[in-house]
Every structure is written in C-alpha cells, then in structure tokens.
Design a protein. Structure first.
Length: 208
C-alpha cells in the first residue's frame, strides 16, 4: 500500500482554518491555497531519491546529493489549478500536464473533458493535485489517465479528503501515495465534504 500522510504542520493547519472560513474572499482564498499546496509539496517530496554528485564551491570540491528524476505536476481542472503555482515554486523545472474532469451533479461520476500531458510523461514522477478528495471518483479517474499514458510513479496531493475518497483511491490505486492537510468527517447528500470548505472551484474562480 502507498503512503497515506496527513500533515499536522501548524502552518498548514492555521492556513486551512482561513480557507474553510466562508468569509475568506477569493483573492485570499487563491493565495492561501497556493501556500498550503507549497507546504504539502514539501511533505510529499520528503522521500525523493537523491544521488551523490560533486560540485565545485568557491573553496573546494564538495560531495553533494541531487535529485536526478524528472517530475510532472498534473492539476485536475479546474480547482487543481489553484495549487499549481505553489508546487512550481518548489519544483520550477517540473513539466505540467492538465486533466479536465468535472463531477456530474446527479451521479457524482467524473466526466472527462480535457487531457494534455507532456510528451515524455511516462518517464516522469507524477504529482496530481486537486484540493478536494470527496467521493474519490475524480482522483481515481485522473490517476487512471496518467497510468494509461504509461506513468508508473504517481502521488496525489489534496487539501481536504473525505474518508470515502481516501478509501476509493486506495482500493483502485493501492500503489499511489496520498498526501492531505486534513481528513474530514463525511460527505453530505450532494457529495460535498463536511465540514469541508465548500466548492473549491467556485471559491477560487468566483463563479458563485
Ligand atoms: C471538484 C474537486 C474535485 C472533485 C472532487 O471538482 O476539485 O475534482 O470535485 O469530487 P469527487 O472526489 O467526488 O470526484 P468539480 O467537479 O466541482 O469541478 P471544478 O473543479 O471544475 O469546479
Ligand atoms: N468538490 C468541492 O469543490 N467540494 C467538495 O466538498 C466536494 C467536491
């Protein structure tokens, strides 16, 4: 089974309190999502392999450790876009792919509408980002899309998860590592996370 990591970092928890607050405006919501995404990226990359190397400092040769793997960050549209800049701040050389999915409001099943992945995506480690892991349908489908493209090493980074969503991803993709800021109580009758933060896409893009 892949790693399942829930961050108890005080900076993340404090920022989550601001995100959940219904009075937080779109501008602040956008900024804070990006900051939490950056902090979660730090947690999610803790176990990346390093390889030994040598560099010349101004004084002498130094033994160092470097990352020599390629990464692709894949936001699930739309709300995943809110997390992208935060991850790129820490991993500026990562390539970016996009998966467009929306949740059918009646069935709650994910509907695919867009996919654009880097040509060499199968050689890269993938970090899929989406703030909300509710039923898990969108994340399961997003992971399936990158696996069908040949990706073997996949991580999922979300802000808030419902227990149902975590279970769904673990059942469908037991090899995938999941990193979240918090696991909430349950889903309501409309598939929204309780207490959650509402509709992440609408709050990010001011569509409600
Ligand atoms: C939200 C969210 C996830 C999905 C989670 O997207 O960003 O992608 O719902 O729900 P699930 O785990 O039950 O699949 P939404 O479908 O609202 O689209 P949007 O980001 O375009 O608003
Ligand atoms: N999508 C959201 O944006 N919020 C939820 O609570 C569930 C799905």
């Amino acid at each position: 089974m892949g790693e399942f990591f829930v961050s108890n970092h005080p900076l993340i928890q404090n920022k989550m309190a601001m995100l959940r607050n219904k009075n937080t405006c779109t501008k602040e919501f956008k900024e804070i999502i990006s900051e939490v995404a950056m902090l979660l990226c730090y947690e999610a990359t803790r176990h990346i392999e390093l390889v030994p190397a040598k560099v010349e400092t101004p004084i002498a040769e130094a033994d160092v450790n470097v990352i020599n793997r390629g990464f692709a960050i894949v936001p699930i549209l739309r709300a995943g876009m809110g997390m992208l800049d935060g991850l790129l701040t820490l991993m500026p050389t990562a390539k970016v792919g996009f998966i467009g999915l929306y949740r059918d409001p009646e069935t709650l099943n994910p509907v695919d509408y867009y996919c654009k992945l880097p040509p060499d995506v199968s050689e890269r480690d993938i970090i899929i980002v989406d703030p909300m892991l509710a039923t898990g349908g969108s994340a399961v489908e997003g992971i399936s899309v990158v696996k069908r493209a040949g990706c073997k090493r996949v991580k999922l980074v979300c802000l808030i998860a419902a227990p149902e969503g975590v279970k769904a991803v673990q059942q469908a993709h037991p090899d995938v590592d999941i990193y979240v800021a918090h696991v909430d109580d349950c889903l309501n009758d409309h598939g929204y996370i309780v207490p959650g933060l509402g509709d992440a896409g609408d709050r990010l893009f001011g569509t409600k």
